[in-house]
Design a binder for this molecule. Structure first.
Ligand SMILES: NC(=O)C1=CN([C@@H]2O[C@H](COP(=O)(O)OP(=O)(O)OC[C@H]3O[C@@H](n4cnc5c(N)ncnc54)[C@H](O)[C@@H]3O)[C@@H](O)[C@H]2O)C=CC1
Ligand SMILES: C[N+](C)(C)CCCC(=O)O
Length: 514
């Protein structure tokens, strides 16, 4: 009786607790004290390890978590845990799975401030952006909850009353390996369709951002997922390789760099496992002089400076038609100078620090190289917190680049925009496609025929017309060429997390040819 009375009070208190917690967290305070592995419905310490990693708060350079990298035994434990849950989950109807995903989406929405705060602390992106990421995350779970109930096969009539039908079945234990730039969102982009299709998942986040994915695991459990449905192992390349080589893994979905993607494909090929690869890019953004000028400038900023420029689909090669080049560059420079850089947890900050010192050094080396090759406009160099020296960010639109420059050819993964003049549509299309990547592309023009013609000619999986870097979950996302294959988001993602079984039914007698 007492318990029954207490229940509603506890439910009322939990969201309040989350709110208080998120408000009390400011930069320089959070310290992780809990295990970061998750299996069989709870946080656990790994049973073995291959070394140790530390995760930082980029804006202070403080270590916020020290954790063991999961070894082969722990990876196997997580996979066995997923297998146990898979046996239960695969039997559920689409509507039953849908309810769990909807409840998880509701909890994320309810705890969004706490989740966004943690994402900002561990990744360095502004709280403003982290809130958007969390919104996209729960929308992803809602979207796949909506599709779960209508996954169905076909019924086909055959001669003599016989017939066949197809069943869309889950694959089994799927592995997700994520990058550090969108830790929570990437985990939802992978787990949403995977779980909706009836699979279980073992997820490994980047060792730079181990924190929020475990909160997602707890949320799935709270939402009613069977223990083991979504597991987390922590670590770097060695842990990732144990996952990719495990015989009982049915599929690998990866987000990260091209060299690692290539290794993952190689490992998967040994076990004939399907892979989804969401890799890097050097995407073109083409701005014709007839475009709405303000929209084009804003589009170029959206294409380059979200998450401090650490975004795979960024439009970093900005081709501008020559007659508006000067005006465009001046306006970009003016707007960039106004971007508020600072403590990412402050409300008005729009850019925080880069993920870590090596990333910063890599970006600065590109900028230095570019300066040697061209007279460029390094607009804003900000040094914050000199002691930690971890989190300096430099914003550098580089004016009048050439296609053969290193900063124009290679993925920088930082806040660096290269501006390239062009004259004709034919010329710019050829130059835009002259890259081994093909993740995204954009075109700004008021001429609708030209905009669609150019979009059709661009060799990229995701093309934007008169906008850039919006990511509605309803639209498929993924690359051409070395940017990978397979698609995340949209209805089509279902095909990458399920397999088709054909059942052929005989209604007559067997006519043997023997
Ligand atoms: N396209 C994108 O979305 C991303 C691109 N990058 C680019 O890659 C560069 C390096 O960043 P990293 O985080 O080191 O990227 P990465 O591609 O090496 O790592 C991505 C994920 O793969 C895991 N991993 C690494 N080696 C593995 C292996 N052999 N087997 C299985 N899993 C493995 C990592 O632990 C991480 O979880 C960045 O500077 C950036 O230029 C980084 C992150 C995301
Ligand atoms: C959300 N969006 C479109 C800005 C980026 C997502 C892709 C990625 O970098 O992982």
């Amino acid at each position: 009786m007492k318990l029954l009375r207490a229940a509603p009070i506890i439910r009322f208190l939990i969201p309040k607790l989350h709110q208080t917690m998120s408000r009390s967290l400011s930069t320089g305070v959070f310290q992780n004290s809990q295990p970061l592995n998750y299996r069989a419905g709870g946080r656990v310490q790994p049973v073995d390890s291959v070394g140790q990693e530390q995760a930082y708060e980029p804006s202070t350079g403080r270590v916020i978590a020290t954790f063991a990298c999961s070894g082969e035994k722990e990876v196997n434990e997580a996979i066995q845990s997923a297998k146990t849950a898979f046996k239960i989950w695969r039997q559920k109807s689409g509507m039953e799975r849908s309810r769990v995903l909807l409840e998880a989406a509701r909890i994320i929405r309810e705890r969004s401030e706490e989740l966004a705060t943690m994402e900002t602390i561990n990744n360095g992106k502004s709280i403003f952006e982290a809130r958007v990421d969390i919104e996209i995350s729960w929308q992803t779970l809602e979207y796949y909850a909506g599709l779960a109930g209508s996954m169905a096969g076909q019924h086909v009539q055959l001669p003599g009353g016989s017939f066949g039908y197809t069943r869309r079945e889950p694959l089994g234990v799927c592995v997700g390996i994520g990058a550090w730039n969108y830790p929570f969102q990437i985990a939802c982009w992978k787990s949403g369709p995977a779980l909706a299709c009836g699979n279980a998942m073992v997820y490994k986040p980047s060792p730079f951002t181990p924190i929020t994915v475990v909160l997602l695991a707890e949320i799935f459990t709270e939402a009613g997922a069977p223990p083991g449905l979504f597991n987390v192992v922590q670590g770097a390349a060695a842990t990732g390789e144990f996952l990719c080589k495990h015989a009982e893994v049915a599929k690998i979905s990866f987000t990260g760099s091209v060299p690692t993607g290539s290794k993952i494909m190689e490992m998967a090929s040994k076990g004939i496992k399907p892979v989804t690869l969401e890799l890097g890019g050097k995407s073109p953004l083409i701005i014709f002089s007839d475009s709405n000028f303000d929209n084009a400038v804003n589009g170029a900023l959206m294409a380059n400076f979200l998450t401090q420029g650490q975004v795979c689909c960024n439009g970093t090669r900005v081709f501008v038609q020559r007659d508006i080049l000067q005006k465009f560059t001046e306006e970009v420079v003016k707007k960039v100078a106004k971007i508020k850089i600072g403590d990412p947890l402050l409300e008005d900050t729009r850019m925080g620090p880069l993920i870590n010192r090596p990333q910063l050094e890599k970006v600065l080396a590109f900028v230095k190289g570019a300066k040697e090759q061209v007279s460029c406009l390094a607009v804003k160099m900000v040094k914050r917190n000199q002691t930690a020296a971890h989190h300096e960010v430099s914003l550098s639109p580089i004016g009048e680049c050439r296609d053969d420059m290193t900063c124009v050819k290679e993925e920088i993964f930082g806040p660096v925009m290269s501006i390239l003049p062009f004259d004709t549509e034919e010329e710019v299309l050829e130059r835009a496609n002259n890259t081994t990547y093909g993740l995204a592309a954009g075109v700004f023009s008021r001429d609708i025929q030209r905009a669609h013609r150019v979009a059709a000619g661009l060799q990229a999986g995701m093309c934007f017309i008169n906008n850039y870097n919006v990511s509605p979950v309803e639209l498929p996302f993924g690359g051409y060429k070395k940017s990978g294959f397979g698609r995340e988001n949209g209805q089509v993602a279902i095909e990458y997390y399920s397999q088709l079984k054909t059942v052929c039914v005989e209604m007559g007698n067997v006519e043997s040819v023997f």
